[in-house]
Ligand binder design. Structure first.
Ligand code: PMP
Length: 468
């Protein structure tokens, strides 16, 4: 007879109501969960979908703010992490491992191929931390100069240094000062251009108003005698992320770069949200034909599987003499699970013709959004570059931002009760924009055309419900 095994009964799982009660008591409200009145608990994810406890699929059109470009639980990236778990899951950051070296080399070589510039990679854990590292690189290279330009509507993270160069005072208000950036208007044509001005004309117009700052010392940034600018760098997101997926005029950055070069200002490109083929390029700045001095990346590098971020800087800013050992450090920077996930993600992106695919699928999705704009008066603007798409919700004049309507759309989407072909769906949407009235769409790059049709049908239904 087999010996009887004492089986422990597993403790009963907390019900959803119990979990929410525990959360209310023990989780800090300082993150963004309680932006929603009724935070939602999800149980499972796959491809473009999150599933709640009842098994209702929620079509995710924001993919963890563009961190999961290759779909949730991507089997290939998951497998790479499982393999790494069995091989070398942990190692202190003063030692080397193969995946870190190969990932850094792949990224630096990819950047060199695209921009013709040799550089190096420094890894960290989250986007904000990589932004902090970039600030060190800038200050170090520019002899301690700590001021930078950044954009109105820009977002670079919530650590102290990153929120100082992020436009919202809301993120800084209670935490003291840390060299706040000088915020420059982004060329947001839909909201900012005078009537009748084309996108290109507006691009030029915006660069001219920035360049005016250098006309005389009395505008506060330029010492004409010393020929020196008080500002070390300009921090940009080529396509604004949290700012509402705002796509600048094609000529804007080439013209801006001429001004930066003229006055000795570094160009730092934050690709944390738009990187890794979100816009059909490895980095979105490639659409605009300029060469940054520093590129910052995170999120989709690991398909959102394990935190990893980093900066690339050109050799002059990051060579071992100018940025020697110990210049910065974090225990979990270049962690092996993250670098293994990153390597696999790059492998998939390189082998999949994403440049083409993303542009095609993005154009198809955008056409669908344009059709919706014709059907629903609440849509003031739609736009997109690759699979970074925007729907701006406005009042009857097609321009006045309608935040309340936008909130209603997101609430309807979260109910999970939209019936399509006899099945209930929900929609996961993210709100961005200067007036919190832009639905920023970042679907999985792996999405199929039928799925895009489904997403458009779901969007149509939430627009219909919210607008009635
Ligand atoms: N920069 C940009 C452009 C971002 O979109 C984000 C995150 N939304 C960050 C920086 C900050 O990254 P993290 O949240 O990983 O700190």
């Amino acid at each position: 007879m087999m010996p009887s095994v004492m089986r422990k009964t597993p403790p009963p799982e907390n019900s959803e109501a119990e979990l929410l009660a525990l959360e209310r008591e023990y989780c800090s409200f300082g993150d963004t969960v309680h932006y929603l009145e009724h935070p939602k608990i999800f149980e499972r994810c796959e491809g473009s979908f999150l599933y709640d406890a009842a098994g209702t699929p929620f079509f995710d059109l924001q993919m963890w703010y563009s961190a999961c470009n290759l779909g949730y639980a991507n089997p290939q990236v998951n497998q790479a992490v499982k393999n790494q778990l069995d091989k070398l899951p942990q190692i202190a950051s003063q030692y080397l491992h193969r995946e870190k070296i190969e990932l850094a080399a792949k990224l630096a070589q990819g950047i060199e191929k695209r921009f013709g510039e040799k550089g190096r990679i420094h890894f960290n854990v989250g986007g904000s931390q990589a932004v902090e590292d970039s600030l060190k690189l800038v200050r170090n290279f520019k002899g301690g100069k700590s001021l930078v330009f950044a954009f109105e509507g820009g977002y670079h993270g919530r650590t102290l240094g990153a929120s100082a160069i992020t436009s919202s005072y809301r993120y800084r208000r209670r935490f003291g000062h840390f060299d706040r950036a000088h915020f420059i208007p982004f060329p947001y044509h839909f909201r900012g251009a005078p009537k009748g001005m084309s996108k290109e004309e507006y691009g030029l117009h915006c660069v001219k108003s920035f360049e005016r700052l250098f006309e005389t010392e009395y505008y506060g940034v330029w010492d004409a005698k010393a020929k020196e600018c008080e500002y070390a760098a300009f921090y940009i997101e080529p396509i604004q992320g949290t700012g509402g997926y705002v796509i600048p005029p094609k000529n804007y950055f080439t013209e801006l770069k001429k001004v930066l070069d003229k006055y000795g200002i570094l160009l730092v490109c934050d690709e944390i949200q738009m990187g890794f083929y979100r816009t059909g390029k490895l980095f979105s700045i490639e659409h605009f034909g300029v060469k940054p001095d520093i590129i910052i990346f995170g999120k989709a590098l690991t398909n959102g599987l394990n935190p990893l971020s980093g900066v690339w800087a050109r050799e002059a800013l990051i060579n071992p003499e100018i940025f020697p050992p110990g210049s910065t450090h974090s225990t979990f920077a270049s962690n092996p699970l993250g670098t293994a996930a990153g390597l696999e993600t790059l492998k998939i992106l390189e082998s999949g013709d994403y440049e083409n695919l993303v542009m095609k699928k993005g154009a198809y999705f955008l056409e669908g959004l344009k059709d919706l704009q014709k059907r629903f008066k609440i849509i003031g603007d739609v736009d997109g570059l690759g699979m970074a798409l925007r729907v701006e919700i406005c009042g009857a004049d097609g321009f006045t931002p309608d935040k309340e309507m936008t909130d209603r759309i997101v609430d309807e989407a979260m109910k999970g009760d939209i019936k399509i072909a006899g099945k209930n769906y929900g929609l996961v949407l993210d709100i961005g924009g200067y007036y919190k009235n832009v639905i920023t769409l970042a679907p999985a790059l792996t999405i199929g055309y039928e799925e895009i049709d489904l997403a458009l049908n779901l969007l149509a239904e939430v627009f219909r419900r919210a607008a009635r």
